[in-house]
Each structure stands twice: as structure tokens, then as C-alpha cells.
Design a protein around this ligand. Structure first.
Ligand SMILES: [Fe+2]
Length: 220
């Protein structure tokens, strides 16, 4: 079995996930986006070995507590998109590519490169358990925004429609922020409930995104 614990906090209802393998007690943290003490309580209570931190993308709010974690766990390995190697400039950084596989004890997560919101966006897919950690590529009810200089709406469309929406409808999405009516959702329900995920073309997707952006503020 794999266990998962969700933590909410940080800059804007960020969600960070602690996952672990029941048999080996090996754990990984997905994004360093929330205060570390509640995470640390679980690591102690459950007697876990945290040795990997997986970064969904380089936006500041997703890595803002990284140093707090590394203060406790200076040997933890960081996993992020390979072109972030310069930015992290850190011996423990492991750059990953599309379809690389990362182990967490006896569990395997497949890296999906999903550019669009940012060019370095990754999703971490547990194929056997039908779960995916989507960062800011897919939330409950919508995608991430494409308003930054490194954003690309066409890339986002391809990432969402050619990769995420082709996964089994029962796949559960664990996003990087709590922006919807619930914290996670299946791919199938997201398609059924949201216009963002039921477009027939890139042109339609652009219209949905433009309507959403109309009158929005600066947050993610
Ligand atoms: Fe972001």
C-alpha cells in the first residue's frame, strides 16, 4: 500500500503531499509549498524515512519551504525538470526527463513533462494506483494560468489534452493548490464538470482560458 497525507497552507492554499511506502517506510514530499512542522509530526509519528523531494515546477510558492526541509534533511534528494539544474545548483538535485521513473520504496512514479503553465512543469503519475500529482497543470475544475513570460497556452493545451486527459478516467488528480470545491477529483469527473477539460479544439480551449482571465487578479 501507499499512504498519502495532504497538507494545505503556504502562499495561496497550496497543497503539498507526503507519500510513503507502507512496507519500507520510505517517503517522498511533493512540493515544498507549506509550513514544515505538521509534515514533520507525521514523519515522526509514522517513523518515515524522507529521502526525496519532488518539485512540480519552479514557481516560488512551490519551493518556498525547501530550505526548512533541507535544514532537517540535508541529504534529501531533489527531483525536478532537468533544466533547473543551474537554478538549484545543488549536488542533491536530480534532473528528470519525460517518462523517467522515480521510486518511493516499492512504489514507482512516472514523470510526465507537462509544459504550459511553465516550461518546467512536471506531473508525477502512479500508474498502478491510478493517481497523479499535477502541480499547477491541472486543478479541480481548471488548468493553471498561462500569463507569465515562460507560459505557453498551446503547450498547456497539448500537455492537458494529449497527456493528462488520455489517462484512465478513474485516475485521481492531486493538484498543487486547493482551488476547487474539493481537494482532489478524478480525471473523468473533471472532464464532466469543467469546460476547461471538455474542449473540442485548441481554439475552444483558448476561448475558455480568455473568459477565465477576464477580470482576474495576479495570483496563480
Ligand atoms: Fe505555478
Amino acid at each position: 500500500m501507499m499512504q498519502i497525507r495532504t497538507f494545505q497552507g503556504g502562499y495561496d492554499n497550496n497543497l503539498s503531499y507526503l507519500i510513503w511506502c507502507d512496507q519500507t517506510r520510505v517517503a517522498a514530499l511533493i512540493d515544498a509549498s507549506v509550513e514544515v512542522h505538521p509534515i514533520w509530526d507525521v514523519i515522526l509519528e509514522e517513523e518515515l524515512l524522507l529521502d526525496k523531494i519532488l518539485i512540480t515546477h519552479s514557481h516560488r510558492d512551490h519551493i518556498s519551504y525547501l530550505n526548512d526541509i533541507l535544514d532537517f534533511k540535508p541529504l534529501a534528494k531533489l527531483y525536478g525538470f532537468h533544466d533547473l539544474a543551474n537554478q538549484f545548483n545543488n549536488e542533491q538535485f536530480h534532473g528528470v526527463h519525460d517518462y523517467d521513473v522515480i521510486s518511493v520504496g516499492k512504489h514507482l512514479l512516472t514523470v510526465l513533462h507537462t509544459p504550459g503553465h511553465l516550461s518546467d512543469c512536471l506531473c508525477f503519475w502512479h500508474q498502478n494506483l491510478n493517481m497523479i500529482f499535477t502541480g499547477d497543470t491541472m486543478f479541480v475544475g481548471r488548468t493553471g494560468r498561462t500569463i507569465g513570460p515562460d507560459s505557453n497556452i498551446f503547450h498547456l493545451y497539448n500537455s492537458v489534452y494529449k497527456k493528462l486527459l488520455t489517462l484512465k478516467p478513474a485516475t485521481i488528480v492531486y493538484p498543487g493548490h486547493h482551488y476547487g470545491f474539493q481537494k482532489s477529483i478524478s480525471i473523468g469527473e473533471n472532464i464532466r464538470l469543467s469546460n476547461f477539460f471538455s474542449c473540442n479544439s485548441f481554439e475552444e480551449f483558448k476561448i475558455v482560458m480568455e473568459k477565465f482571465e477576464h477580470g482576474r487578479g495576479k495570483k496563480e
